[in-house]
Design a binder for this molecule. Structure first.
Ligand code: SAH
Length: 379
Protein backbone atom coordinates (compact mmCIF):
# COMPACT_ATOMS: atom_id res chain seq x y z
CA UNK A 1 0.00 0.00 0.00
CA UNK A 2 1.27 3.45 -0.92
CA UNK A 3 2.11 5.65 2.06
CA UNK A 4 2.08 9.42 1.95
CA UNK A 5 3.42 12.34 3.93
CA UNK A 6 0.25 14.24 4.74
CA UNK A 7 -0.52 17.68 6.05
CA UNK A 8 -3.77 18.99 7.52
CA UNK A 9 -3.86 22.76 7.07
CA UNK A 10 -5.92 25.00 9.35
CA UNK A 11 -6.44 28.55 10.58
CA UNK A 12 -3.73 30.01 12.82
CA UNK A 13 -4.53 29.34 16.47
CA UNK A 14 -6.37 26.03 16.12
CA UNK A 15 -3.49 23.72 15.15
CA UNK A 16 -3.60 22.03 18.57
CA UNK A 17 -7.28 21.17 18.06
CA UNK A 18 -6.55 19.60 14.66
CA UNK A 19 -3.72 17.63 16.30
CA UNK A 20 -6.09 16.44 19.03
CA UNK A 21 -8.63 15.33 16.45
CA UNK A 22 -5.97 13.43 14.49
CA UNK A 23 -4.76 11.66 17.63
CA UNK A 24 -8.34 10.72 18.49
CA UNK A 25 -8.65 9.20 15.00
CA UNK A 26 -5.54 7.13 15.82
CA UNK A 27 -2.74 9.04 14.06
CA UNK A 28 0.61 10.14 15.39
CA UNK A 29 1.18 13.71 14.32
CA UNK A 30 3.37 16.76 14.58
CA UNK A 31 1.76 20.15 15.20
CA UNK A 32 3.33 23.14 13.43
CA UNK A 33 2.23 26.71 12.62
CA UNK A 34 -0.99 26.55 10.60
CA UNK A 35 -0.61 22.85 9.86
CA UNK A 36 -0.31 19.38 11.33
CA UNK A 37 1.87 16.69 9.74
CA UNK A 38 1.02 12.98 9.73
CA UNK A 39 1.33 9.92 7.51
CA UNK A 40 -1.17 7.65 5.84
CA UNK A 41 -2.56 5.72 2.91
CA UNK A 42 -5.34 6.52 0.44
CA UNK A 43 -7.79 5.16 3.05
CA UNK A 44 -6.42 7.60 5.60
CA UNK A 45 -6.79 10.50 3.16
CA UNK A 46 -10.48 9.64 2.75
CA UNK A 47 -10.98 9.11 6.48
CA UNK A 48 -9.36 12.36 7.60
CA UNK A 49 -11.14 14.42 4.93
CA UNK A 50 -14.44 12.98 6.11
CA UNK A 51 -13.85 13.29 9.85
CA UNK A 52 -11.69 16.32 10.66
CA UNK A 53 -13.95 19.08 11.98
CA UNK A 54 -11.46 21.90 12.52
CA UNK A 55 -9.03 21.55 9.56
CA UNK A 56 -9.16 23.31 6.15
CA UNK A 57 -7.56 20.77 3.82
CA UNK A 58 -5.62 17.52 3.62
CA UNK A 59 -2.61 17.77 1.33
CA UNK A 60 -0.08 15.21 0.15
CA UNK A 61 3.51 16.44 0.48
CA UNK A 62 5.15 15.27 -2.74
CA UNK A 63 8.58 16.73 -2.30
CA UNK A 64 10.68 19.16 -0.33
CA UNK A 65 14.06 20.56 -1.42
CA UNK A 66 16.22 23.67 -1.49
CA UNK A 67 16.17 25.78 -4.67
CA UNK A 68 17.74 29.17 -5.34
CA UNK A 69 17.58 29.11 -9.15
CA UNK A 70 14.85 28.25 -11.63
CA UNK A 71 17.06 25.45 -12.95
CA UNK A 72 17.24 23.87 -9.48
CA UNK A 73 13.48 24.20 -9.12
CA UNK A 74 12.92 22.65 -12.55
CA UNK A 75 15.31 19.70 -12.17
CA UNK A 76 14.23 18.73 -8.66
CA UNK A 77 10.54 19.01 -9.53
CA UNK A 78 11.08 16.88 -12.64
CA UNK A 79 12.91 14.24 -10.59
CA UNK A 80 9.78 13.47 -8.54
CA UNK A 81 7.63 10.45 -9.53
CA UNK A 82 4.54 12.45 -10.60
CA UNK A 83 3.26 9.53 -12.68
CA UNK A 84 2.52 7.48 -9.54
CA UNK A 85 -0.36 9.87 -8.84
CA UNK A 86 -1.12 11.77 -12.03
CA UNK A 87 -2.59 9.85 -14.97
CA UNK A 88 -1.86 10.89 -18.56
CA UNK A 89 -4.99 13.06 -18.78
CA UNK A 90 -4.64 14.69 -15.32
CA UNK A 91 -5.77 18.30 -15.17
CA UNK A 92 -3.23 19.88 -12.83
CA UNK A 93 -3.40 23.60 -12.09
CA UNK A 94 -0.36 24.85 -10.15
CA UNK A 95 -0.85 27.56 -7.53
CA UNK A 96 2.03 29.15 -5.70
CA UNK A 97 3.39 31.25 -2.88
CA UNK A 98 6.82 32.47 -1.87
CA UNK A 99 8.01 34.00 1.39
CA UNK A 100 11.52 35.31 2.17
CA UNK A 101 13.07 33.47 -0.80
CA UNK A 102 15.34 34.23 -3.75
CA UNK A 103 12.74 32.76 -6.09
CA UNK A 104 10.15 35.36 -5.18
CA UNK A 105 8.31 35.86 -8.48
CA UNK A 106 5.37 33.53 -7.89
CA UNK A 107 3.98 33.33 -11.48
CA UNK A 108 7.43 32.24 -12.75
CA UNK A 109 7.71 29.58 -10.02
CA UNK A 110 4.28 28.28 -10.99
CA UNK A 111 5.22 28.18 -14.68
CA UNK A 112 8.54 26.38 -14.04
CA UNK A 113 6.85 23.83 -11.78
CA UNK A 114 4.18 23.21 -14.36
CA UNK A 115 6.76 22.81 -17.13
CA UNK A 116 8.80 20.33 -15.05
CA UNK A 117 5.75 18.15 -14.37
CA UNK A 118 4.63 18.34 -18.03
CA UNK A 119 8.12 17.23 -19.13
CA UNK A 120 8.15 14.35 -16.65
CA UNK A 121 4.67 13.11 -17.58
CA UNK A 122 5.21 13.54 -21.34
CA UNK A 123 8.37 11.40 -21.14
CA UNK A 124 6.68 8.78 -19.00
CA UNK A 125 3.52 8.51 -21.11
CA UNK A 126 5.47 8.86 -24.41
CA UNK A 127 3.49 11.93 -25.47
CA UNK A 128 4.96 13.93 -28.30
CA UNK A 129 2.02 16.32 -28.41
CA UNK A 130 0.55 18.40 -25.59
CA UNK A 131 -0.88 16.55 -22.57
CA UNK A 132 -4.70 16.62 -22.89
CA UNK A 133 -5.51 17.72 -19.27
CA UNK A 134 -9.09 16.61 -19.80
CA UNK A 135 -9.32 14.26 -16.80
CA UNK A 136 -9.72 14.61 -13.02
CA UNK A 137 -8.36 17.69 -11.27
CA UNK A 138 -5.12 17.42 -9.26
CA UNK A 139 -4.52 20.83 -7.58
CA UNK A 140 -0.77 21.29 -7.05
CA UNK A 141 0.90 23.97 -4.99
CA UNK A 142 4.49 25.16 -5.08
CA UNK A 143 5.22 26.88 -1.80
CA UNK A 144 8.63 28.40 -1.08
CA UNK A 145 9.73 29.49 2.37
CA UNK A 146 13.31 30.68 2.94
CA UNK A 147 14.41 28.92 -0.28
CA UNK A 148 12.89 25.59 0.76
CA UNK A 149 10.38 24.40 -1.82
CA UNK A 150 7.43 22.26 -0.75
CA UNK A 151 5.32 20.66 -3.45
CA UNK A 152 1.88 19.56 -2.38
CA UNK A 153 -1.22 18.02 -3.91
CA UNK A 154 -4.57 19.01 -2.43
CA UNK A 155 -6.90 16.05 -1.81
CA UNK A 156 -9.81 18.15 -0.49
CA UNK A 157 -10.94 20.59 -3.18
CA UNK A 158 -13.20 23.28 -1.78
CA UNK A 159 -12.18 23.84 1.85
CA UNK A 160 -13.35 21.42 4.54
CA UNK A 161 -15.32 24.18 6.25
CA UNK A 162 -17.85 23.75 3.45
CA UNK A 163 -19.90 20.87 4.81
CA UNK A 164 -22.70 21.29 2.31
CA UNK A 165 -25.52 22.09 4.74
CA UNK A 166 -25.27 25.84 4.58
CA UNK A 167 -26.55 27.33 1.39
CA UNK A 168 -28.26 30.11 3.33
CA UNK A 169 -25.67 32.21 5.10
CA UNK A 170 -27.31 35.32 6.41
CA UNK A 171 -25.28 38.33 7.59
CA UNK A 172 -21.95 37.38 9.14
CA UNK A 173 -21.66 33.64 9.53
CA UNK A 174 -18.78 31.79 11.15
CA UNK A 175 -16.97 29.23 9.05
CA UNK A 176 -18.17 25.78 10.03
CA UNK A 177 -14.71 24.59 11.09
CA UNK A 178 -14.30 27.68 13.30
CA UNK A 179 -17.71 26.99 14.87
CA UNK A 180 -16.60 23.39 15.55
CA UNK A 181 -13.38 24.72 17.10
CA UNK A 182 -15.38 26.99 19.43
CA UNK A 183 -17.53 24.07 20.62
CA UNK A 184 -14.39 21.95 21.20
CA UNK A 185 -12.87 24.71 23.32
CA UNK A 186 -15.80 24.64 25.76
CA UNK A 187 -16.60 22.11 28.45
CA UNK A 188 -19.85 21.09 26.75
CA UNK A 189 -20.85 17.48 27.01
CA UNK A 190 -23.96 16.26 25.20
CA UNK A 191 -25.74 15.71 28.54
CA UNK A 192 -25.62 19.45 29.34
CA UNK A 193 -27.88 22.20 27.97
CA UNK A 194 -26.31 24.23 25.16
CA UNK A 195 -27.50 27.70 24.16
CA UNK A 196 -26.50 30.22 21.47
CA UNK A 197 -28.36 33.53 22.06
CA UNK A 198 -27.12 35.12 18.79
CA UNK A 199 -27.37 31.99 16.68
CA UNK A 200 -27.61 33.62 13.22
CA UNK A 201 -27.59 30.82 10.66
CA UNK A 202 -27.12 28.27 13.46
CA UNK A 203 -23.57 27.19 12.65
CA UNK A 204 -22.28 26.71 16.22
CA UNK A 205 -25.26 24.61 17.29
CA UNK A 206 -25.38 22.54 14.12
CA UNK A 207 -21.67 21.73 14.53
CA UNK A 208 -22.27 20.80 18.18
CA UNK A 209 -25.12 18.46 17.22
CA UNK A 210 -23.00 16.83 14.49
CA UNK A 211 -20.28 16.24 17.09
CA UNK A 212 -22.67 14.81 19.69
CA UNK A 213 -24.30 12.50 17.14
CA UNK A 214 -20.88 11.47 15.81
CA UNK A 215 -21.89 12.44 12.28
CA UNK A 216 -18.80 12.82 10.07
CA UNK A 217 -18.79 16.49 8.94
CA UNK A 218 -17.85 15.60 5.35
CA UNK A 219 -20.56 13.01 4.78
CA UNK A 220 -22.67 15.22 2.51
CA UNK A 221 -20.06 16.79 0.30
CA UNK A 222 -17.66 16.00 -2.52
CA UNK A 223 -13.86 15.94 -2.43
CA UNK A 224 -11.55 16.56 -5.38
CA UNK A 225 -9.70 13.26 -4.80
CA UNK A 226 -12.90 11.21 -5.12
CA UNK A 227 -12.23 11.25 -8.86
CA UNK A 228 -8.62 10.12 -8.66
CA UNK A 229 -7.26 6.82 -9.96
CA UNK A 230 -5.58 6.24 -6.58
CA UNK A 231 -8.96 5.72 -4.94
CA UNK A 232 -10.23 3.20 -7.57
CA UNK A 233 -13.90 4.08 -6.95
CA UNK A 234 -14.26 2.02 -3.77
CA UNK A 235 -12.13 3.67 -1.09
CA UNK A 236 -14.22 6.80 -0.78
CA UNK A 237 -17.48 4.86 -0.88
CA UNK A 238 -16.28 2.51 1.84
CA UNK A 239 -15.09 5.39 4.02
CA UNK A 240 -18.51 7.05 3.74
CA UNK A 241 -20.34 3.80 4.46
CA UNK A 242 -18.13 3.15 7.48
CA UNK A 243 -18.80 6.69 8.74
CA UNK A 244 -22.56 6.17 8.48
CA UNK A 245 -22.29 3.16 10.81
CA UNK A 246 -20.85 5.40 13.52
CA UNK A 247 -23.82 7.76 13.74
CA UNK A 248 -25.41 7.68 17.20
CA UNK A 249 -29.19 7.42 17.13
CA UNK A 250 -30.00 6.87 20.82
CA UNK A 251 -29.12 10.33 22.05
CA UNK A 252 -31.22 13.18 23.44
CA UNK A 253 -29.84 16.68 23.19
CA UNK A 254 -30.93 19.92 24.84
CA UNK A 255 -29.84 22.60 22.35
CA UNK A 256 -31.43 26.02 21.95
CA UNK A 257 -30.69 28.79 19.46
CA UNK A 258 -32.28 32.24 19.49
CA UNK A 259 -31.79 35.37 17.43
CA UNK A 260 -33.51 38.74 17.33
CA UNK A 261 -33.91 38.47 13.56
CA UNK A 262 -36.78 36.18 12.45
CA UNK A 263 -35.20 35.76 8.99
CA UNK A 264 -32.10 34.24 10.62
CA UNK A 265 -34.24 31.77 12.54
CA UNK A 266 -35.78 30.56 9.27
CA UNK A 267 -32.30 30.18 7.77
CA UNK A 268 -30.99 28.34 10.84
CA UNK A 269 -33.91 25.89 10.73
CA UNK A 270 -33.33 25.27 7.05
CA UNK A 271 -29.61 24.62 7.58
CA UNK A 272 -30.24 22.27 10.53
CA UNK A 273 -32.69 20.37 8.37
CA UNK A 274 -30.09 19.96 5.62
CA UNK A 275 -27.46 18.86 8.14
CA UNK A 276 -29.88 16.19 9.42
CA UNK A 277 -29.96 17.52 13.00
CA UNK A 278 -33.17 19.57 13.02
CA UNK A 279 -34.95 17.34 15.55
CA UNK A 280 -32.12 17.98 18.03
CA UNK A 281 -32.13 21.79 18.04
CA UNK A 282 -34.87 24.25 18.98
CA UNK A 283 -34.63 27.60 17.21
CA UNK A 284 -36.78 30.56 18.16
CA UNK A 285 -36.89 34.29 17.59
CA UNK A 286 -36.09 36.25 20.77
CA UNK A 287 -33.91 39.13 21.90
CA UNK A 288 -31.18 37.90 24.16
CA UNK A 289 -32.21 39.99 27.18
CA UNK A 290 -35.45 37.96 27.40
CA UNK A 291 -33.63 34.73 28.22
CA UNK A 292 -34.80 32.99 31.37
CA UNK A 293 -34.20 29.44 32.49
CA UNK A 294 -34.40 27.24 35.54
CA UNK A 295 -31.85 24.84 34.04
CA UNK A 296 -28.41 24.69 35.60
CA UNK A 297 -24.83 23.98 34.52
CA UNK A 298 -25.49 24.78 30.89
CA UNK A 299 -23.04 26.03 28.30
CA UNK A 300 -23.65 29.29 26.45
CA UNK A 301 -21.69 30.04 23.28
CA UNK A 302 -22.21 33.31 21.44
CA UNK A 303 -20.74 35.09 18.43
CA UNK A 304 -22.47 38.47 18.83
CA UNK A 305 -22.11 41.43 16.43
CA UNK A 306 -18.69 43.11 16.76
CA UNK A 307 -19.62 46.67 15.94
CA UNK A 308 -17.45 46.85 12.85
CA UNK A 309 -19.74 44.67 10.85
CA UNK A 310 -23.40 44.40 11.79
CA UNK A 311 -24.26 47.17 14.21
CA UNK A 312 -22.63 50.42 15.12
CA UNK A 313 -20.40 50.55 18.15
CA UNK A 314 -22.75 52.15 20.62
CA UNK A 315 -25.47 49.62 19.98
CA UNK A 316 -22.97 46.80 20.32
CA UNK A 317 -21.71 48.07 23.68
CA UNK A 318 -25.30 48.32 24.86
CA UNK A 319 -25.79 44.71 23.73
CA UNK A 320 -22.67 43.56 25.65
CA UNK A 321 -24.03 45.29 28.80
CA UNK A 322 -27.32 43.49 28.32
CA UNK A 323 -25.45 40.21 28.04
CA UNK A 324 -23.65 40.83 31.33
CA UNK A 325 -26.89 41.71 33.13
CA UNK A 326 -28.87 38.81 31.66
CA UNK A 327 -26.25 36.14 32.31
CA UNK A 328 -25.57 37.31 35.86
CA UNK A 329 -28.79 35.40 36.62
CA UNK A 330 -27.35 32.05 35.49
CA UNK A 331 -24.18 31.70 37.63
CA UNK A 332 -23.93 27.93 37.18
CA UNK A 333 -23.68 28.29 33.39
CA UNK A 334 -20.34 28.65 31.62
CA UNK A 335 -20.40 31.42 29.03
CA UNK A 336 -18.12 31.61 26.00
CA UNK A 337 -18.26 34.75 23.85
CA UNK A 338 -16.29 35.45 20.66
CA UNK A 339 -15.72 39.09 19.74
CA UNK A 340 -13.06 41.34 18.25
CA UNK A 341 -13.86 44.03 20.85
CA UNK A 342 -10.88 44.04 23.20
CA UNK A 343 -12.84 46.00 25.83
CA UNK A 344 -15.65 43.44 25.90
CA UNK A 345 -15.19 42.65 29.61
CA UNK A 346 -15.68 46.32 30.54
CA UNK A 347 -19.13 46.41 28.99
CA UNK A 348 -20.03 42.87 30.07
CA UNK A 349 -19.11 43.85 33.63
CA UNK A 350 -16.99 40.86 34.56
CA UNK A 351 -13.40 39.74 34.05
CA UNK A 352 -13.10 36.63 31.91
CA UNK A 353 -11.77 33.49 33.59
CA UNK A 354 -9.72 32.96 30.46
CA UNK A 355 -9.25 34.47 26.98
CA UNK A 356 -8.07 32.74 23.85
CA UNK A 357 -6.86 34.48 20.71
CA UNK A 358 -8.50 33.16 17.55
CA UNK A 359 -8.77 34.31 13.95
CA UNK A 360 -12.28 34.62 12.54
CA UNK A 361 -11.18 34.76 8.93
CA UNK A 362 -8.67 37.63 8.80
CA UNK A 363 -10.13 39.26 11.90
CA UNK A 364 -8.36 38.86 15.23
CA UNK A 365 -10.87 37.92 17.90
CA UNK A 366 -10.84 36.70 21.48
CA UNK A 367 -12.87 33.85 22.91
CA UNK A 368 -13.87 35.26 26.32
CA UNK A 369 -14.60 32.47 28.78
CA UNK A 370 -16.60 32.94 31.98
CA UNK A 371 -16.62 29.62 33.78
CA UNK A 372 -19.71 28.73 35.75
CA UNK A 373 -19.94 27.37 39.29
CA UNK A 374 -19.11 23.68 39.13
CA UNK A 375 -21.74 21.06 40.07
CA UNK A 376 -21.16 19.68 43.60
CA UNK A 377 -19.76 16.17 43.61
CA UNK A 378 -21.57 13.64 45.81
CA UNK A 379 -19.19 10.97 47.07
N1 SAH B 1 -22.63 32.61 14.52
C1 SAH B 1 -23.64 33.04 13.57
C2 SAH B 1 -23.54 34.52 13.22
C3 SAH B 1 -23.94 35.44 14.32
S1 SAH B 1 -23.95 37.12 13.80
C4 SAH B 1 -23.54 32.24 12.29
O1 SAH B 1 -22.61 31.46 12.12
O2 SAH B 1 -24.41 32.40 11.42
C5 SAH B 1 -24.72 37.90 15.16
C6 SAH B 1 -26.20 37.67 15.29
O3 SAH B 1 -26.63 38.35 16.46
C7 SAH B 1 -27.05 38.20 14.13
O4 SAH B 1 -27.73 37.13 13.52
C8 SAH B 1 -28.01 39.18 14.81
O5 SAH B 1 -29.32 39.13 14.29
C9 SAH B 1 -27.98 38.72 16.26
N2 SAH B 1 -28.38 39.76 17.25
C10 SAH B 1 -28.05 41.06 17.27
N3 SAH B 1 -28.62 41.68 18.35
C11 SAH B 1 -29.30 40.72 19.05
C12 SAH B 1 -30.08 40.70 20.25
N4 SAH B 1 -30.26 41.82 20.95
N5 SAH B 1 -30.62 39.55 20.66
C13 SAH B 1 -30.42 38.42 19.93
N6 SAH B 1 -29.70 38.36 18.79
C14 SAH B 1 -29.14 39.50 18.34
Amino acid sequence: MQHFQLMATCAAGIEALVGKELRELGYTCQVENGRVLFQGSAEDIAKTNLWLRTADRIKIILGQFKAKTFEELFQQTKALPWETLLPMDANFPVSGKSVKSILHHVPSCQAITKKAIVTRLSDYYHRKTKLPETGAIYPIEVSILKDIVTLTLDTTGSSLFKRGYRSEKGGAPLKENMAAALVSLTTWFPDRPLYDPTCGSGTILIEAALMALNIAPGLNREFVSQHWRLFDNTIWQEAKQEAKKHIKTDITLDILGTDIDPAMIDIAKCNAEKAGVSQHITFKQMQLSDFKTTKEFGILISNPPYGDRLLDEEKVHHLYRQMGETYAHIPTWSKYILTSDLAFEDYYGQKATKKRKLYNGALRTDFFQFWGIKPKRHN
